[in-house]
Design a binder for this molecule. Sequence first.
Ligand code: SF4
Length: 176
Amino acid sequence: MSEQQKKLKIGWFSFTCCEDSTIMFTEMLNDHFFAWSKILEFKHANILKSKNELSDIDLAFVEGAIASERDKKKLLKIRNVSKYVIAIGSCAVTGLPSGHRNNFDEKMKEEISPYLLQFHQTEHVYALHELIKIDDKVAGCPMIEAQFVQTIDKYLKMFKVISEDDSIINHKNASD
Ligand code: SF4
């Protein structure tokens, strides 16, 4: 890595879900924070900071399914300001399990409809690819940690933040 370190500008976003991948991400920072903060700029990450910028993002990680008009708009905005969007975990990739109500029978759908109205929820719960173009995905419920690290590694190389010979896989704070 060069002295004038270029950084990959990332965003981390959560929609309808249990946020287990967000918890995993923050847990991973216990091991990687000092190494990663040299090569990643956290442009938007509510879990890490209160002042966030929703603009000029290289890589947006999006966890959760989309279940309201407000979240649809936010997702479109994320897509517009991000060069690449990565779906994180099963809810974002497939809509399930967060979108379980899509599979309810008609009787049950009728029973829950007042709650959807009350909480401004859409009738259908969307996987990200149903609404926007997705560039990559990290499978799992929660996300598979090794796949997530490999994905960051891939884009660090693509953006020439690290060289093709370098890798963040297996980097730890201890080796900073
Ligand atoms: S994919 Fe699983 S772990 Fe991730 S938000 Fe959905 S339910 Fe939670």
